[in-house]
Design a protein. Structure first.
Length: 152
Protein backbone atom coordinates (compact mmCIF):
# COMPACT_ATOMS: atom_id res chain seq x y z
CA UNK A 1 0.00 0.00 0.00
CA UNK A 2 1.36 3.41 -0.98
CA UNK A 3 1.22 6.13 1.67
CA UNK A 4 1.25 9.88 1.20
CA UNK A 5 0.30 12.33 -1.51
CA UNK A 6 2.14 12.26 -4.85
CA UNK A 7 3.74 15.41 -6.28
CA UNK A 8 1.02 16.02 -8.85
CA UNK A 9 -1.76 15.93 -6.22
CA UNK A 10 -0.22 18.50 -3.86
CA UNK A 11 -2.07 21.76 -4.36
CA UNK A 12 -0.44 25.11 -3.61
CA UNK A 13 -2.18 26.58 -0.56
CA UNK A 14 -3.19 23.23 0.94
CA UNK A 15 -2.74 23.38 4.72
CA UNK A 16 -1.95 20.78 7.37
CA UNK A 17 -1.55 20.69 11.15
CA UNK A 18 0.58 18.11 12.97
CA UNK A 19 0.07 16.32 16.23
CA UNK A 20 1.57 17.88 19.36
CA UNK A 21 4.77 16.99 21.23
CA UNK A 22 6.00 18.10 24.64
CA UNK A 23 9.73 18.80 25.04
CA UNK A 24 11.26 16.86 27.94
CA UNK A 25 14.49 17.27 29.88
CA UNK A 26 15.74 14.00 28.34
CA UNK A 27 15.17 15.39 24.80
CA UNK A 28 17.39 18.37 25.55
CA UNK A 29 20.05 16.32 27.35
CA UNK A 30 20.31 13.72 24.57
CA UNK A 31 20.31 16.28 21.74
CA UNK A 32 22.93 18.49 23.40
CA UNK A 33 25.31 15.58 23.95
CA UNK A 34 24.76 13.85 20.60
CA UNK A 35 25.37 17.08 18.67
CA UNK A 36 28.15 18.44 20.87
CA UNK A 37 26.21 21.59 21.82
CA UNK A 38 27.57 21.34 25.35
CA UNK A 39 27.23 25.01 26.19
CA UNK A 40 26.26 26.01 29.75
CA UNK A 41 23.19 27.64 28.23
CA UNK A 42 21.68 24.17 27.69
CA UNK A 43 22.97 22.05 30.55
CA UNK A 44 23.92 24.32 33.48
CA UNK A 45 20.66 25.10 35.24
CA UNK A 46 22.21 27.74 37.52
CA UNK A 47 23.77 29.58 34.58
CA UNK A 48 20.67 29.57 32.39
CA UNK A 49 18.33 30.57 35.26
CA UNK A 50 20.48 33.64 35.95
CA UNK A 51 20.52 34.52 32.26
CA UNK A 52 16.96 33.68 31.14
CA UNK A 53 15.07 32.73 34.31
CA UNK A 54 13.90 29.53 32.62
CA UNK A 55 15.31 26.37 30.97
CA UNK A 56 15.48 26.78 27.20
CA UNK A 57 16.39 24.31 24.45
CA UNK A 58 18.59 24.77 21.36
CA UNK A 59 16.83 26.16 18.30
CA UNK A 60 18.19 23.27 16.28
CA UNK A 61 16.35 20.87 18.60
CA UNK A 62 13.16 22.81 17.91
CA UNK A 63 13.81 22.46 14.15
CA UNK A 64 14.44 18.73 14.51
CA UNK A 65 11.28 18.10 16.55
CA UNK A 66 9.24 20.15 14.08
CA UNK A 67 10.60 18.21 11.09
CA UNK A 68 9.79 14.96 12.90
CA UNK A 69 6.22 16.12 13.53
CA UNK A 70 5.78 16.87 9.81
CA UNK A 71 7.25 13.50 8.81
CA UNK A 72 4.95 11.65 11.25
CA UNK A 73 1.93 12.99 9.37
CA UNK A 74 3.00 10.69 6.49
CA UNK A 75 1.68 13.16 3.92
CA UNK A 76 4.87 12.76 1.90
CA UNK A 77 5.71 9.23 3.10
CA UNK A 78 6.40 7.17 -0.02
CA UNK A 79 7.00 10.12 -2.33
CA UNK A 80 9.66 12.17 -0.53
CA UNK A 81 13.15 11.57 -1.94
CA UNK A 82 15.36 14.25 -0.36
CA UNK A 83 15.26 17.20 1.99
CA UNK A 84 16.85 19.96 -0.07
CA UNK A 85 17.09 22.76 2.45
CA UNK A 86 15.72 25.24 4.93
CA UNK A 87 15.26 28.89 3.93
CA UNK A 88 14.47 32.01 5.93
CA UNK A 89 14.58 30.25 9.31
CA UNK A 90 13.63 32.63 12.12
CA UNK A 91 13.59 31.78 15.83
CA UNK A 92 11.02 34.20 17.18
CA UNK A 93 10.50 32.95 20.74
CA UNK A 94 12.47 30.62 23.03
CA UNK A 95 11.21 27.09 23.65
CA UNK A 96 11.40 25.86 27.23
CA UNK A 97 11.58 22.38 28.64
CA UNK A 98 7.93 21.42 29.20
CA UNK A 99 6.59 23.41 26.21
CA UNK A 100 4.29 21.57 23.82
CA UNK A 101 4.88 22.20 20.11
CA UNK A 102 2.96 21.60 16.90
CA UNK A 103 3.47 22.66 13.28
CA UNK A 104 1.11 24.36 10.86
CA UNK A 105 2.37 23.93 7.32
CA UNK A 106 1.16 24.57 3.81
CA UNK A 107 2.26 23.81 0.29
CA UNK A 108 3.81 27.15 -0.65
CA UNK A 109 5.25 26.33 -4.07
CA UNK A 110 5.94 23.41 -6.39
CA UNK A 111 8.05 23.17 -9.51
CA UNK A 112 8.40 20.43 -12.08
CA UNK A 113 12.03 19.54 -12.69
CA UNK A 114 13.05 17.89 -15.96
CA UNK A 115 16.24 16.62 -14.32
CA UNK A 116 14.36 14.91 -11.47
CA UNK A 117 11.40 12.57 -11.40
CA UNK A 118 8.50 14.57 -9.94
CA UNK A 119 9.64 17.96 -8.73
CA UNK A 120 10.41 20.31 -5.86
CA UNK A 121 7.81 21.10 -3.19
CA UNK A 122 8.33 24.04 -0.84
CA UNK A 123 6.46 24.08 2.45
CA UNK A 124 5.85 27.12 4.60
CA UNK A 125 6.17 25.93 8.21
CA UNK A 126 5.14 27.70 11.37
CA UNK A 127 6.13 26.00 14.61
CA UNK A 128 3.89 27.01 17.51
CA UNK A 129 3.78 26.26 21.20
CA UNK A 130 0.57 25.61 23.07
CA UNK A 131 -0.27 28.74 25.03
CA UNK A 132 -3.02 31.30 25.26
CA UNK A 133 -1.53 33.12 22.27
CA UNK A 134 -0.30 30.14 20.24
CA UNK A 135 3.15 31.76 20.22
CA UNK A 136 5.10 31.28 17.00
CA UNK A 137 8.55 29.94 17.88
CA UNK A 138 10.01 29.20 14.43
CA UNK A 139 9.02 30.25 10.94
CA UNK A 140 10.72 28.67 7.93
CA UNK A 141 10.47 27.40 4.39
CA UNK A 142 11.38 23.78 3.72
CA UNK A 143 12.07 22.28 0.27
CA UNK A 144 11.73 18.59 -0.64
CA UNK A 145 12.31 16.56 -3.79
CA UNK A 146 9.06 14.63 -4.28
CA UNK A 147 8.14 12.01 -6.85
CA UNK A 148 4.82 11.45 -8.52
CA UNK A 149 2.72 8.36 -9.04
CA UNK A 150 4.52 7.37 -12.25
CA UNK A 151 8.07 8.29 -11.27
CA UNK A 152 8.27 6.08 -8.14
Amino acid sequence: MVRGIPFEDLEIGRKFVTKRRTIRESDCYTFVHVTGLTEPLFYDEGFVMKLWGKRIIPGTLTLSVALGLVVQEEIFADYARALLGFDDVRFTSPVEIGDTLYVEFEVYDKKDKASLPGGIVTLKNTVKKISRDGDVVVARFLSHHMTGRKSG
